[in-house]
Write a protein that binds this ligand. Structure first.
Ligand code: PLP
Length: 382
């Protein structure tokens, strides 16, 4: 098979699996128990949290380990009061858009490449806005948002509020599920108060994530019980998953810039194959601010669902968009937000490269996708 959907899921590496197994077998103890073997497990858990936190320039105590990015996003929004408002990008992942429905929320526009419209953002921040949520990189386009610029805007608005005696908080949250493997992440430099992380996208286990919580940010726990995670997320800690996440991040730290280069070349090779197809592809997203492993592409006039099916027969796996919205069968809200027509949305694929790709299988994938596109073109046009 040739797997080209790393934005949806990544394989757990051998190293990660090896690190996790002891915490499900010999060291199965509950980290809250008092006896020595359990205390050792607690130590390993805290060490893993520190490793994850260090990856983003934070401390273990600043993190709440969650069951993934969906939960981390939901927990982040609890920072907002009953009267507060949330602004989110219209292209955010469903876990952001669905969770903010519980609050007074509005969306901020993006341009045709998926980049945040900073003017629209500024205009929409009234004195009731308590939180702005902007993903690090979009999960369908790979467009990387200028978080530091957003943070600077919020800083200026905070100062202005202070001068006017307005005491409403103004927090910046970022869902960093995508891009964590390829971008240098530092919470202070990015100026975020809350950041969601996702192990499943970096060759760690599924169902494990974390929320970075900046100093002074107050959250309301979603689960109550044994008081774990400083009372912010009750429930026995997922020690194996957390150790797995830390190990996965440890592997990334060594390779990040080399990996970026590798994907840039592979994506370029793939593009060069696709432009030879009988349907001229439109490459989506922002070529200057895009995750190196992303290749969102539209073949106008074709049906991407059919393409996926035809490619699947040849064991090439791509997607039409976020795995979750694709399963609902709805047209992508992301592609709609960047102004694609229904016909263009119907013809759009998301190709995302990763650890399972190399020069050879990308060359092969390019040939297979090109031939499949040509077959579909012939079927439609005779
Ligand atoms: N946010 C983004 C940007 C994602 O890509 C995903 C996963 O696809 C999620 C959130 C949800 O993550 P999880 O399924 O781990 O809760």
């Amino acid at each position: 098979m040739i797997y080209l959907d790393h934005a949806a899921a990544t394989p757990v590496s051998e190293k990660v699996l090896k690190a996790m197994i002891p915490f499900m077998t010999d060291n199965f103890f509950n980290p809250s128990s008092a006896y020595l073997p359990a205390v050792r497990v607690r130590g390993a858990y805290e060490e893993a949290k520190n490793t994850i936190a260090n990856f983003i320039g934070a401390k273990g105590n600043d993190l709440v380990i969650t069951s993934g990015a969906t939960e981390a996003n939901a927990l982040a929004f609890t920072a907002v009061s009953k009267t507060g408002k949330i602004l989110v990008l219209e292209t955010e992942h469903a876990s952001v858009l669905e969770n903010v429905k519980k609050y007074n929320s509005k969306t901020v526009k993006v341009d045709r490449t998926g980049l945040i419209d900073l003017i629209d953002l500024k205009e929409k921040i009234d004195d009731n806005v308590e939180l702005v949520s902007v993903s690090l990189a979009n999960n369908e386009l790979g467009t990387i948002q200028p978080l530091a610029e957003v943070s600077q805007i919020l800083k200026e608005i905070r100062l202005d509020r202070l001068k006017r005696g307005v005491t409403t908080q103004l927090l910046l949250h970022s869902d960093a599920s995508q891009g964590i493997a390829l971008l240098e992440l530092n919470v202070a430099r990015l100026g975020v108060d809350l950041m969601s992380l996702n192990a499943a996208k970096v060759c760690g286990p599924k169902g494990v994530g974390a929320l970075y919580v900046g100093h002074g940010v107050r959250l309301n726990p979603i689960t109550l019980g044994g008081g774990q995670e400083r009372g912010l997320r009750a429930g026995t800690e997922n020690v194996a998953g957390t150790v797995g996440f830390a190990t996965a991040l440890g592997a990334i730290k060594d390779h990040s810039s080399a990996t970026r280069k590798k994907y840039t070349t592979l994506v370029e090779n793939l593009k060069n194959e696709l432009i030879k197809a009988r349907v001229e592809p439109i490459f989506l997203g922002n070529s200057k601010h895009q995750l190196a492993n992303f290749l969102p592409v539209c073949f106008p006039g074709l049906d991407a669902e059919r393409l996926i099916f035809k490619l699947e027969e040849k064991e090439v796996y791509v997607s039409t968009g976020a795995a979750c919205s694709a399963s609902k069968g709805e047209p992508s809200h992301v592609l709609r937000a960047i102004g694609l027509t229904d016909k263009e949305i119907t013809g759009s694929l998301r190709i995302s490269l990763g650890v399972l790709n190399n020069e050879d299988n990308i060359k092969e994938a390019g040939r297979i996708i090109r031939e499949t596109v040509n077959d579909e073109y012939r079927r439609i046009n005779g």
